[in-house]
Ligand binder design. Structure first.
Ligand code: SF4
Length: 480
């Protein structure tokens, strides 16, 4: 049997793409392996949003040089944004790589691998499907319990923020028909999935293909309502990443009215300075962002927001940075992904230079982290003593399923409706994966909560015998 190994770099979109690549390869007779020396195909699914991810890819490919020398028939492939960005030039730069494939060309991967194995020279296929967009379907995994899954609703981006390479690597916005989206969500839920995250670069700009409106009102809230109505078995419906421009009154109303939507949204802001927001071409002002954030926070008690922030964007002064710090406090973010600006090819910001020194970027980043951590800790501390509903995603890292029967207790982790990570300990012999249970928060860690179940674990949560667990993939629990 042919075997493949995939290494994924970057965002949730890439994790999702890697899963679709696995499905395409499985349909062609491949099986996964985690041993490179057994793999016929080793694929790196890449991200090029930040320079650091590109460095990681280059060094990861280099580690396979000895293996490629020993087993020259092993095909090395690079997929994702970096393949799309560099195209054939990457084949010249990375002499070990045999196949380059863009995000829209994944179905062609097995054929390209066969061509190379048949003696063809290294091949690159990086063509956008602009005229006839296709979306790879997520399918329920047989024999494995999957609690959370992603469903793509749109791809590409028309925003052209001045720092961002995504419009170049993922192309113009293309939308998936609602019928397809709803059918995929329903199939996943019928297969046991409890939580779906709708994915798209500007996910809340979604509308039916060919029905783009000229105001800011997307059809995304209507899509959320349709999923909530037509897939009643779905427990939670998240989405990422929304653009603040498309946080409209009808989206806020959906959060107010649809129980399936959690009390949390990740809403990238990037800066608190109007001057920088303009240079970043974000198309909103600080006041607009705050107004929309307040509207979401008012939709449901305890609603929380997290965000993305860039420090050291060209021209950022201490004054601009202080405005970012005050915005973080004003909105009350409970967590944030914070990054130093790095110039990316094909982006409008290139012409602005990179005039904030590395030292200043690092200093601002650590001040920002301190502020965010303070707020996160205050948020988590305030939850001690409260009760919260938790969807358990799997055993925590300290307590693998295989060890359950031997241990006195087992620790499981999940997410609250506000997206906080919650750990609870239960007697050995129970498996909470996929269960939704109430927990009382007893302790706040640095980035997570510890709690206890408010009732005994249900009988249906008794773990199957160890032999039945063979082959089950542990579900990832982000963070700790
Ligand atoms: S909205 Fe801006 S930051 Fe987000 S993917 Fe599009 S261009 Fe990039």
């Amino acid at each position: 049997m042919k075997r493949f190994l995939i290494q994924t770099f970057g965002c949730q979109m890439n994790v999702h793409d890697s899963r679709r690549i696995e499905e395409v390869l499985a349909a062609d007779g491949y099986a996964p392996t985690d041993q490179p020396e057994l793999a016929d195909l080793i694929l790196f699914n890449t991200c090029s949003v930040r320079e650091k991810a590109e460095h990681k890819l280059r060094s990861a490919v280099g580690t396979f040089r000895p293996l490629k020398r020993q087993r020259p028939d092993t095909v090395l492939a690079v997929a994702g944004c970096m393949a799309q960005e560099h195209g054939e030039a990457l084949l010249e730069e990375l002499d070990l790589v045999d196949v380059l494939i863009g995000p829209d060309n994944i179905p062609e991967l097995p054929a390209l691998v066969r061509s190379v194995q048949g003696g063809a020279p290294p091949l690159a296929r990086t063509v956008f499907d602009l005229d006839d967009p296709s979306f790879l379907h997520a399918t329920p995994r047989t024999g494995q319990r999957e609690v959370c899954s992603f469903v793509t609703v749109m791809k590409g981006c028309d925003e052209r923020c001045s720092f961002c390479i995504v419009p170049h690597t993922r192309g113009a916005e293309r939308y998936r028909p609602a019928d397809d989206i709803v059918a995929e969500v329903a199939a996943l839920v019928a297969g046991g999935v409890r939580e779906i995250t709708l994915l798209g670069q500007t996910v809340n700009s979604w509308h039916e293909p060919g029905q783009q409106s000229h105001d800011d009102e997307s059809q995304f809230p209507a899509l959320l309502r349709r999923i909530a109505t037509e897939v009643p078995g779905l427990l939670r419906l998240r989405y990422t990443s929304p653009h603040p421009r498309h946080v409209t009154p009808s989206l806020v109303a959906a959060h107010r009215e649809l129980e399936v939507l959690p009390a949390h949204v990740h809403l990238p802001v990037q800066s608190g300075s109007d001057r920088l927001l303009k240079r970043m071409i974000r198309r909103y002002r600080r006041a607009d962002y705050v107004e929309r954030a307040r509207a979401l926070q008012g939709a449901r008690p305890g609603f929380t927001l997290s965000t993305d922030i860039i420090v050291g964007f060209p021209g950022e002064t201490e004054q601009d940075f202080l405005q970012t710090l005050t915005l973080v406090e004003e909105v009350g973010f409970v967590s944030a992904f914070c990054f130093k600006y790095s110039p990316r090819p094909y982006t409008p910001a290139l012409k602005l230079g990179d005039d904030v020194s590395e030292e200043v970027k690092s200093e601002r980043l650590s001040r920002l982290f301190e502020q965010v951590e303070r707020q996160q800790q205050a948020h988590l501390d305030a939850l001690v003593g409260t009760r919260t509903r938790v969807l358990f995603e799997g055993p925590s890292k300290q307590s693998p399923v295989a060890e359950l029967p031997a241990a006195a207790t087992a620790r499981f982790s999940g997410r609250s409706d506000r997206h906080d990570i919650v750990h609870v300990d239960v007697p050995a012999g129970f498996d909470l994966t996929g269960h939704v249970l109430e927990a009382r928060v007893t302790h706040a860690n640095r980035h997570s909560l510890v709690g206890e179940l408010t009732a005994a674990p249900p009988e249906e949560a008794r773990a199957p015998a160890v032999e039945e667990l063979a082959g089950r993939t542990r579900l990832p629990v982000l963070g700790s």
